[in-house]
Design a protein around this ligand. Sequence first.
Ligand code: BTN
Length: 267
Amino acid sequence: MIQNNPLSLDDIQGELETKRLGTRFHYFQEIDSTNRYARRLAEAGAPEGEVVIAEYQSGGRGRLGRNWFSPPYCNLYFSLLLRPALAPVHAPQITLTAAVALADTVAAFVAEPPAIKWPNDILLQGKKLAGILTESSCDAKHIEFVILGIGVNLNFPRERMPESIRDRATSLMEVGAQGVSRENFLRRLIQDLDRCYGVLEDFGFDAIAPRWEARFGLKGKTVRVEMGGDVLIGQAVGIDHDGALLVEDDRGERQRVVAGDVTAIEE
Ligand code: BTN
């Protein structure tokens, strides 16, 4: 069943149990990008916890300058405004923490265990279900704000996916979870994000990293990492304290990857 109903904010907010996130919702039928709007809010001084959510994005953005295909009513596209008390060097921890929360939420709706593909893709059966785009503004010592943008494919049938992503993307519907309520999913996700974000702030990234690694689908596998024009091939080991991917090259040396595209090499 394809849901074509607008989101009910009353349903989401009525039962939302969070400490910091979801304090206010800015809802749009259509927007260019929720991340872009959330950035404007942040620059105008909006407080932490506000959510920008849209039924449809005409210019949804993905990592590495890609687009995020955002058809109306079937999926979720939203951005959260965060003002974490972290040093700028630790900003990537926010993204990895969000990936843990997102994977936990997905696991509550499907039997199939979700995997995290570094840094923050959520995969089901090897295909991409959800992505996270974080954008931050920092000075030398402080993070001013982080915009945490999340897109999740829920009731999105394969035949509606553009051909360019059809073989690589999936949705909850495609793995057998039919007609999941977008309100229930979003409420649960904001609660999981709130909880994980609280753990990060109270106990530090050491309390999150093992949970991330437990869902890391490529641990121990031979991977190919594309970084701009450079390619690194080696064995994926895990992540370090700053969220960099550690890859052991063919000389047995550990390389830190801070940005790039990682794929498993079939052996
Ligand atoms: C990726 O995996 O490339 C990240 C995708 C992030 C998409 C979300 S949808 C809501 C928010 N607004 C955007 O323009 N992008 C993010």
